[in-house]
Design a protein around this ligand. Structure first.
Ligand code: NAD
Length: 524
């Protein structure tokens, strides 16, 4: 195959047979395919089968059949699969990273870090699932003779719709607690990035996950989405706010639950007493990590007036020193954007800002010399809410710097957005920084970090507020959302209501006295 001048040389693991084997599990009775390309070169990696509505119905039928059996497995037996899967996922992290890099164009560090997410989620829920899924005996309305037990049952088959920016993590990590709870899965990855989740599923199956339980269907969102949502018992969606609205509406009409993890326009506040060396390192990752394609990444930085010039000088110098490039090794600190279309969208935000009066402090240009979809780390000043880069999610390596006079002003500016996914506050006085963090309208707020601490804290629910989402992943609700509650109530003896021959006034008096007694006793 002829290679473009900037070709980094495809990893040896990505043979044609290997890739064909991965896509073979995607159903496509029409025979239609989509050209899945290596982002660094634009060359076709594999023809990805495209699923028709009938294929999707079949996928649900297969998953449902396997799910009935899986839900009957004792929990300990189900969890054993994930113990083994953890080992396999870690042992095969490098091959997974090769796939992630090829299909998304991100740099090696981000690809490897992405491979760590499903094992982290497995570790957390291996410990937590037995407690969460155990039946919980509660008191009934009449002490001693009645009881109620909270029983967690799987919802059935969960539809997962995943984006391209963390295809392996969003394809697998959200499925793990659902599977542990006894559900089946039908996943729709983005066409561009279907390979790494397909590989992850093959590893889960090597670990003992029953075949058929985890289905994958592929196609453009609007083609696949309606049939998928109409057959699912619950929908887990990660993607843009615009698409989230469409998914939420359809799930609502079908009266099924959904979790929507959406976009952000995430602010960082640098307080006067912050350690600027640390802030610069944190901001470099927060702004440019994954080439700015992290839902929680920073697009707005507000710096105390007295530290602004110092911060700007350090941050811009550090951004200009970042190594960009197409490589499957750890050399480049910044990879490519996911596609030429996305590069053009990012560029349009910069052009719009400049046309409306903003200044490009550094960067601002596409870098076709490095690969089809590369874009420079870009720092803007003078961005306002009237500009696309000031109000809409750019989702690229672009950040706007602002100075503020008072902390109240900084908080007001940080909150001046329809989004509420992530925020970051930096300061040496931790109590003060935490106080500021608590005033920000955001589902996640990191103090002295940009995003990773919140995301990696698997024990706490993580989701967006305002237009950034509904529901959360991680924490107890990250598993319980995939279950229905059965309230199993038992009455040992029929004692409610007046006894035979008892007059109703006497019964009411006795009942009111009992109510008072019940509040005083410890019986629940
Ligand atoms: P997107 O909404 O365009 O697509 C996401 C997924 O939805 C893709 O698989 C796509 O094919 C599918 N889709 C598109 N239209 C659909 C429809 N009508 N019905 C059903 N499915 C449909 O988002 P994207 O551009 O792929 O991803 C980037 C966005 O995802 C950003 O906004 C980012 O902030 C967000 N994101 C959020 C989180 C989070 O946890 N909050 C995580 C990662 C990404």
């Amino acid at each position: 195959m002829t290679r473009t001048p900037h070709s980094p040389g495809r990893p040896a693991s990505l043979t044609d047979d290997f890739l064909q084997g991965l896509v073979a599990r995607v159903p496509s009775t029409s025979g239609g395919t989509w050209k899945l390309t290596e982002v660094y070169t634009g060359e076709v990696l594999v023809e990805l089968p495209q699923s028709t509505p009938a294929d999707i119905e079949q996928a649900f039928a297969r998953a449902r059949e396997a799910q009935r059996e899986w839900a009957r497995w004792p929990l300990a037996k189900r969890l054993k699969v994930f113990r083994k899967a953890h080992t396999l996922l870690v042992d095969h992290a490098r091959t997974t990273a090769d796939l992630i890099q090829a299909e998304s164009g991100k740099n090696r560090r981000m690809a490897i870090e992405e491979t760590c997410d499903p094992p982290m989620v497995i570790s957390h829920y291996l410990k937590r699932a037995p407690k969460l899924l155990a039946p919980k005996r509660r008191g009934g309305p009449v002490p001693l003779v009645s009881s109620s037990t909270e029983i967690r049952q799987p919802k059935g088959v969960v539809g997962i719709i995943a984006p391209w920016n963390f295809p392996f993590a969003t394809g697998l990590s959200d499925a793990i607690p659902a599977l542990m709870a006894g559900n089946g899965i039908v996943l729709k990855p983005d066409n561009k990035t279907a390979l790494s989740p397909l590989y992850g599923i093959s590893l889960l199956e090597q670990a003992g996950l029953p075949r058929g339980l985890f289905q994958v269907v592929c196609g453009e969102g609007p083609d696949v989405g309606p049939t998928l949502i109409d057959h699912a018992n619950y929908v887990m969606f990660t993607g843009s706010t615009a698409t989230g609205r469409v998914i939420g509406e359809r799930a609502g009409r079908n009266l099924i639950g959904c979790c929507l993890e959406l976009g952000g326009k995430n602010p960082m506040i640098v307080l006067e007493d912050a350690d600027l060396d640390e802030v610069v390192q944190g901001a470099l990752f927060g702004v440019f990590g994954n080439t700015g394609q992290i839902c929680m990444h920073i697009e707005r930085i507000y710096v105390a007036e007295s530290r602004y010039d110092e911060f700007k000088a350090l941050f811009v110098a550090a951004a200009e020193a970042l190594r960009l490039g197409a490589s499957y090794d750890f050399g480049p600190e910044l990879g490519s954007l996911v596609s030429v279309e996305h590069r053009d969208r990012v560029a349009s935000h910069v052009e719009d800002a400049v046309a409306k009066g903003a200044t490009v402090v550094t960067g601002g240009r596409a870098r076709p010399d490095l690969g089809p979809a590369f874009f420079e780390p870009t720092v803007l000043e003078g961005v306002t809410r009237e500009m696309l880069a000031g109000s809409c999610e750019t989702f690229g390596p672009v950040v706007a710097l602002h100075r503020y006079r008072t902390v109240d002003e900084a908080v007001a500016l940080a909150n001046d957005t329809g989004y509420g996914l992530n925020a970051s506050v930096w300061g040496r006085d931790l109590d003060r920084a935490v106080g500021v963090a608590q005033r920000i309208e955001s589902g996640n707020v990191n103090v002295n970090d940009s995003l990773a601490t919140a995301y990696a804290s698997k024990g706490t629910p993580s989701g967006g507020v305002k237009q950034s989402g509904v529901g959360a992943r991680h924490g107890d609700q990250g598993l319980l959302k995939y279950t229905d509650v059965q309230n199993l109530a038992v009455l040992k003896k029929q004692v409610m209501g007046a006894r035979p021959g008892q007059d109703y006034d006497a019964y009411v008096r006795q009942m009111l006295v009992s109510l008072k007694l019940m509040r005083r006793t410890r019986i629940r």
